[in-house]
Design a protein around this ligand. Structure first.
Ligand code: ZN
Ligand code: MN
Length: 160
C-alpha cells in the first residue's frame, strides 16, 4: 500500500469511528495506523513493541482494549493462535480475504478470492439452514504446510 492510500484509509476509518461517536485518542490512532500499514498478522506484543516509542505511556492493556474496540466495529479481525505461546493475531480487514496457516511454523498467509462474498454467503446460508443460527460473521482459515516448511521437511526426509 502506498503512503498516500494508507493515509486515506486511516482517514476513512477514523471518520467511520467518529460517526459512531467513538473518541479517537492518540493511542487509538497510532494503533490503527500500525495495523493499516502492517500486514504481517501481528500479535499484541508485536503491535506494542512496534509503537511503544511513539507512545511512552502506552500499556499492553490499552492495546488489548483498543483491538477489542476495532474488532467490535468490524475494522480488524482476530485470528487464532499459531504459536506455542497461544497469542492471538490481528489483521486490518480492508480487503476481506481468507488465511492459510502453516501448521509447522505458524506463518499466516493472505488468500484473496473474487468469490469471497459468494463463498461467505453460502457458508452463512448453510449454517442458517442446518443450525437455525442467526449468522453475524465468519472467517475461513485453511491449514497446511507453507512452501518453506515443505522444502525443509522434504530435505530432512531426503537426508534421513
Ligand atoms: Zn511454515
Ligand atoms: Mn490477512
Amino acid at each position: 500500500m502506498t503512503e498516500e492510500s494508507a493515509a486515506q484509509t486511516l482517514a476513512a476509518v477514523i471518520a467511520k469511528l467518529k460517526s459512531r461517536n467513538i473518541r479517537i485518542t492518540p493511542q487509538r490512532e497510532v494503533i490503527l495506523n500500525y495495523l493499516i500499514t502492517h500486514h504481517n498478522h501481528p500479535d499484541v506484543e508485536t503491535i506494542y513493541q512496534g509503537i511503544a516509542d511513539q507512545l511512552p505511556n502506552l500499556s499492553v492493556a490499552t492495546v488489548y482494549n483498543t483491538l477489542k474496540l476495532f474488532i467490535d466495529n468490524d475494522i480488524i479481525i482476530e485470528l487464532p493462535s499459531t504459536d506455542k505461546d497461544g497469542s492471538l493475531h490481528y489483521d486490518f480487514f480492508g480487503v476481506p480475504h481468507f488465511h492459510a496457516i502453516c501448521e509447522n511454523c505458524g506463518k499466516i498467509t493472505d488468500v484473496f478470492a473474487d468469490e469471497y462474498s459468494a463463498i461467505n454467503k453460502q457458508v452463512a446460508q448453510l449454517t442458517r439452514q442446518q443450525t437455525n443460527y442467526q449468522v453475524t460473521n465468519s472467517h475461513l482459515e485453511v491449514y497446511g504446510l507453507c512452501p518453506e516448511c515443505r522444502q525443509k521437511l522434504n530435505l530432512q526426509k531426503g537426508t534421513g
